[in-house]
Design a protein around this ligand. Structure first.
Ligand code: ARG
Length: 461
């Protein structure tokens, strides 16, 4: 039963129905739609449109529908209805007849869908916040389990300077914490209620919009009806946060894929988050990580898609906006799956600390230290950098690390180099010299880790 049949002399073509119907995907907002309808029935009863007996019958039937929706018992597949709003109204009409036909008084699907979608986004943000906190906890706990491990840090994917493994973990923790704060921030901003804005210009019935907003858990009503029914920036914000967070996860995945490669051999991943090859029995592939990286494409695509959909639309509602949903539903689902699997992968990490340390020592990571050592003896940094570079060249030619060159060999490059250079060239020394806020030295890393451990303990208590 279309909600708009009266003015039409013939029905829709099959193809029009296919392009127009949104029930196949907006059915996921059934619970939000029903809850919105319950609150609406109360509002119009107060405005004198329904008797209190009619309102009670509606509310009871809606509550029954809600229970079915939450139990996954609504049959959408065989329904001819156009969208979730028509579906709910049809189900009510089957049950209550004419009383149900009063429910849409003063309301439009335009303010209805805007309300449903805001509720849906708000509720999914709660789940995603939990997922992000879980991943944060996994990173912090994995850092704690491997507190003493040192591995190479990279720039340009060339070994640059060694870092503590917890420092690497906590770098991603900082990124995910910002994703959390962005998500919290957007849930504040979207928390205004469109219901009561009508099709575009507001409703003529004397409803209490403040009360409607409160009953649906919104902080306040939207203040402009045109804006309320036609903006989707809360979806765009969600997609932006999803994209940014997926990008963070993808970079983390890329690091871990590299750490897990035969060439690096720094980490091992659990069997439960890897897969094998149908041909090569020896393979154990980091598929979960590759999919985290791969799924960025569709999530970024949803953000781009909705921006393009919205950009040329005149006020107020246009059917183009029905295209706001599938990409967002998919992005949220993929983001959720990736956050959960990322947390499982991180929990499964086992480090080969020897191999990490060995790699951190290779690659002349202590060349900067040698330069700083010379600076300590009064050599200008630029000259010291040059001398250290020449030492690296000679060590490379000899196939040795710098610390395996003798004092005599080193003195050929600067007479200022002495026995006291060797402690300076040790791995722990060069890491722990970075004892500065934000650095990878033992002290600041320990402090940052303690801080995060306390924060996640506070969250779970
Ligand atoms: N299914 C529609 C959507 O998602 C609901 C709103 C329909 N409004 C209308 N004026 N046809 O946007």
């Amino acid at each position: 039963m279309a909600l708009w049949g009266g003015r039409f002399q013939s029905g829709s073509s099959d193809m029009f129905k296919q392009v127009n119907d949104s029930l196949p995907f907006d059915q996921v907002m059934a619970s939000q739609d029903i809850r919105g309808s319950i609150v609406w029935s109360r509002a119009i009863a107060k405005a004198g449109v329904l008797t209190s007996d009619e309102q009670q019958q509606l509310e009871q039937a809606l509550n029954e529908l809600l229970a079915k929706a939450e139990a996954g018992e609504l049959d959408f597949a065989s329904s001819p209805e156009e969208d979730i709003h028509s579906f709910v109204e049809a189900a009510l009409t089957d049950k209550l007849g004419d009383i149900a036909r009063k429910l849409h008084t003063g309301r439009s699907r335009n303010d209805q869908v805007a309300t449903d979608f805001r509720l849906w986004v708000r509720e999914h943000c709660e789940q995603l916040l939990n997922d992000l906190q879980q991943l944060r906890a996994s990173l912090v706990n994995t850092a704690k389990r491997n507190e003493q491990v040192i591995l190479p840090g990279y720039t340009h994917l060339q070994r640059a300077q060694p870092v503590r493994f917890p420092h690497w973990c906590l770098a991603y923790v900082e990124m995910f914490k910002r994703d959390i704060s962005r998500l919290e921030d957007l849930t504040q901003r979207l928390n205004q209620c469109p219901l009561g804005s009508g099709a575009l210009a507001g409703t003529t019935y004397p409803i209490d919009r403040q009360e409607i907003a409160e009953q649906l858990g919104f902080a306040s009503p939207c203040v402009n009806s045109l804006d309320a029914v036609s903006d989707r920036d809360y979806v765009l914000e969600l997609l932006f946060v999803a994209s940014t967070s997926m990008m963070h996860m993808s970079r983390m995945a890329e690091d871990l894929i590299f750490f897990n490669s035969g060439e690096s051999g720094f980490i091992r991943l659990g069997d439960h988050v890897t897969s094998g090859s149908s041909l090569m029995p020896q393979k154990k592939n980091p598929d979960a990580l590759e999919l985290m990286r791969g799924k960025c494409g569709r999530v970024f695509g949803s953000l781009q898609g909705l921006l393009v959909t919205m950009k040329g639309l005149p006020l107020a509602y246009n059917k183009d906006m029905q295209e706001d949903k599938e990409g967002a539903f998919d992005a949220v689902n993929q983001w959720h799956i990736c956050l959960v699997i990322a947390s499982e992968v991180v929990d499964s990490i086992e480090l080969d600390s020897e191999r990490c340390a060995q790699a951190a020592k290779e690659g002349y990571a202590n060349a900067t230290e040698l330069a700083d050592y010379l600076v300590g003896k009064g050599v200008p940094f630029r000259t010291a950098h040059d001398i250290s570079g020449q030492v690296v060249l000679a060590a490379l030619a000899a196939g040795k690390p710098i610390e395996d060159l003798s004092v005599q060999e080193l003195q050929q490059f600067s007479a200022l180099i002495d026995e006291d250079v060797y402690p300076v060239l040790q791995l722990e020394y060069l890491v722990d010299k970075r004892n500065i806020l934000g650095g990878t030295g033992a002290q600041p890393v320990k402090a940052a880790l303690e801080h995060e451990l306390a924060a996640i303990a506070a969250l779970s208590s």
